[in-house]
Write a protein of this length. Sequence first.
Length: 181
Amino acid sequence: MTHQIHYPQVENPIRETYTVVVDGADLLPGRRETDELTPRQQIDVLQRLVKIQEAEGWEMWVLFNGDPLNQVDHGGEFLGVRVFFSPTPPQRIPTLLECVRVLNKQDRDALLITNDEEAEKQAKELKALTMRADTLKKGYDSLFSVRKGPQSRLMRHRTADRKKSELNDGPDIHDMIDLVD
């Protein structure tokens, strides 16, 4: 992530570059806190992050719990997004913070994106910027909104038939007249 600070008196703006470190478990739409991501869900999150990275030009690192995927190993790249895996859920926060430490050692600034308050607190102690994953999802609502899948033709007909029967089964006009009296 790059942002520029412009000062009217300065010809060249101050430019700061951040590597965005993402807690991947917080980016799945409709996910409950206790759910673990399946490999298919991890790929779904990665594909969304690739779209953001391409649109913004950010350098992104993402962390998931569990074993490495068939498509990408620990520390490997998935279409330009660097991917890491923590072996167990309790190791998630230490692994996220290790990513921040590695960036600090390389004199690179980090922006940690997570919904975990403890991880945010510890990242701030390491001089990293933080942002809530929910804020990122709101900013890219078109990528993270939960949509219902398309209905089959059979289900569309059943739904239309049910709506028609609900209209036909409504109160009779004579019953409505009696209500007025």
